[in-house]
Design a protein around this ligand. Sequence first.
Ligand SMILES: Nc1nc2c(ncn2[C@@H]2O[C@H](COP(=O)(O)OP(=O)(O)OP(=O)(O)O)[C@@H](O)[C@H]2O)c(=O)[nH]1
Ligand SMILES: [Mg+2]
Length: 384
Amino acid sequence: MATATAFPVDKSLEHPERVLLVGVMLSADYHGAAETRQRLFQAALNEAAELVAASGGEVVDVLSSSRDRAHSALFVGTGKAEELAAAVAAQQIDLVVFNHELTPTQERNLERALQCRVLDRVGLILAIFAQRAQSQEGKLQVELAQLTHLSGRLVRGYGHLQSQRGGIGLKGPGETQLETDRRLIGHKISALQKQLQQVKKQRATRRKSRMNSSLKTFALVGYTNTGKSSLFNRLTKAEVLAKDQLFATLDTTARRLYLSDAASVFITDTVGFVRDLPHKLVAAFAATLEETALADVLLHVVDVSHPEFERQIDDVNTVLAEIKAAEVPQLLVYNKIDKLAQNQQRPGILRAADGTPVAVRISVASGAGLADLRSAMIELALAK
Ligand SMILES: Nc1nc2c(ncn2[C@@H]2O[C@H](COP(=O)(O)OP(=O)(O)OP(=O)(O)O)[C@@H](O)[C@H]2O)c(=O)[nH]1
Ligand SMILES: [Mg+2]
């Protein structure tokens, strides 16, 4: 349900946008030896470039610098701002993306100084979600996240002006507008929350009928672009969109899956996670992610060919803890082994000391290890 609002909620991108990507390596954010810090910083920049691509933008230039700072606050000095403004003008940049969190005030000041739109990482992820949301639920959730993001900005963004005015007791026109905006946003937010509550009920009803059937539920989770939807399709012969793109999936789909005569299960595919997934987004997607927390087993899909796959596993576990799914048993699915060196492509099940399957090495692309995965799933489905 698209809604027109009086305020600039829509930060969605129009493509093709010419994007300047800015990375600032703050010593507070990257730890370890210089070489490690450099590698992590580069990986974060690469991921930001992928996010830009996922939003339909084109990275025209990347500027990075490092700063020795004890606290993790980005400060853009006048010299740097001038350098950025020159780059924006020279290369006809439409959008500058900071791979760093900006305060609303910083974002506004930068927009003024650079004469061009500015987004930080959170804003970029929200913009992608806004573009992608397909289902009514997905759209409601993204809109809620954007409005919450905006209302936070209105309050914080104008706060310093208000306190200055407070003493004089003035009520300028801007302030009145601000109050109106706040009230409208407040109404809109509660309306959205009510609608989402409704959706949540419908979901609960559907889930209940699944639970009554006493079938176990497996939920696919994992970092974005690891192959969850590809695996879902392969296992269930469904046709969920699978694409080499961050956040191809935003909704949850559930299908019944026959594993053996004794074991039929439900399997769900859902939105992928990313480092620093905005909290507002996680909160807004609570209804979608609830399925995950209530699953019997999580199939944690990992792109084992990704240089940062171990960190991605940690990032996913962080989000899982946030949505109270940390206690759900996990089976790690090491996918894309076809992309590893020849001598590392061996598929199969890895077991704990007591014999419980803890991980399976597979390739959805080549089909290697899929039989192992199915038998591990049967074991877990029949356990208890
Ligand atoms: N080489 C290789 N590529 C794979 C394999 N599995 C999936 N892919 C590719 O990885 C990309 C991402 O796949 P998806 O299934 O969309 O990944 P996802 O985890 O659902 O991604 P999001 O929905 O964005 O979170 C696609 O281009 C797939 O073709 C695999 O085993 N090997
Ligand atoms: Mg997907």
